[in-house]
Design a protein around this ligand. Structure first.
Ligand SMILES: CCCO[C@@H]1O[C@H](CO)[C@@H](O[C@@H]2O[C@H](CO)[C@H](O)[C@H](OCc3cn(Cc4cccc(C#CCN)c4)nn3)[C@H]2O)[C@H](O)[C@H]1NC(C)=O
Length: 126
């Protein structure tokens, strides 16, 4: 999927990804951080994959190693949805705004900018 590098997003700024969730989507992820091995956030809505149904899984990745998963209570996504995902952060946390819901995740790595964004799986970036 889409990979963007050299982004240089600062605290308080937001990066927005618009796209469509295919009608047969199993799951997708939006990753932001330094690069593919060092992620401030792996935002992974799962419709039906890895044994999860309608569950948003968030995690961080440090030098290629996954952290502790954080499974969210909300799942505000449906097959066929056209959505905007807005990601912003500060020293303490990462915020992921989607229609109707804002998810929060700790800025575990204390990252001071987002250089890298990658979208994987069943999400058609517009
Ligand atoms: C119960 C004991 C075992 O526990 C399980 O252990 C697994 C392995 O660690 C974890 O799963 C890993 O979880 C990690 C976050 O933590 C990651 O999501 C990682 O995926 C990386 C990855 C990303 N991509 C690209 C991509 C992305 C989204 C869509 C597609 C598609 C498609 C076409 N339909 C492709 N491919 N692989 C996942 O494998 C499970 O959550 C975890 N489950 C629980 C309950 O704990």
């Amino acid at each position: 999927g889409l990979v963007v590098t050299q982004l240089d997003v600062q605290p308080g700024e937001c990066v927005k990804v618009k796209g469509k969730i295919p009608s047969d989507a199993k799951g997708f992820s939006v990753n932001v951080g330094k690069d593919s091995s060092t992620l401030m956030l792996h935002f992974n809505p799962r419709f039906d994959c890895h044994g999860d149904v309608n569950t948003v899984v968030c995690n961080s990745k440090e030098d290629g190693m996954w952290g502790e998963e954080d499974r969210k209570a909300d799942f505000p996504f449906q097959h066929g949805d056209k959505i905007e995902i807005c990601i912003s952060f500060d020293a303490a946390e990462v915020k992921v705004k989607v229609p109707e819901v804002e998810f929060e995740f700790p800025n575990r790595l204390g990252m001071e900018k987002i250089q890298y964004l990658a979208v994987e799986g069943d999400f058609k970036v517009k």
